[in-house]
Design a protein around this ligand. Structure first.
Ligand SMILES: [Zn+2]
Ligand SMILES: [Zn+2]
Length: 104
């Protein structure tokens, strides 16, 4: 598993970034927050997402409840049940309604 260049931590969804000196490094979220002025995320190289089986929403794999996470069978994609569906049930599409409620 790739480790954060700066703190040695991170998870499997760690970012890939380019530094000002054109070096490609792996960087975890907290370090990226600190170093975002000198780091540029390399786009497309490592796009990972997960699709929730319940609400059919595309979410960050971190939002998938760990026990339900599984490879979706296609490139860099995962499936499972997202945290919100586990918490609030899958009455669809709760996520779009939540957006309406919040005024977006
Ligand atoms: Zn880090
Ligand atoms: Zn869901």
């Amino acid at each position: 598993m790739d480790r954060c260049r700066f703190c040695g931590g991170g998870d499997r969804w760690i970012k890939t970034c380019r530094t000002l000196s054109d070096e490609i490094v792996r960087c975890c979220d907290p370090c990226y927050e600190t170093l975002r002025k000198v780091l540029v995320i390399v786009p497309g190289e490592h796009t990972v997402f997960a699709r929730c089986d319940s609400c059919k929403g595309f979410v960050n794999p971190r939002e998938i409840v760990p026990g339900t996470l599984r490879p979706a069978g296609w490139k860099e994609a995962y499936g499972g049940t997202c945290r919100m569906c586990v918490l609030y049930g899958s009455e669809p599409p709760w996520n779009f309604r939540a957006l309406e409620w919040s005024g977006y």
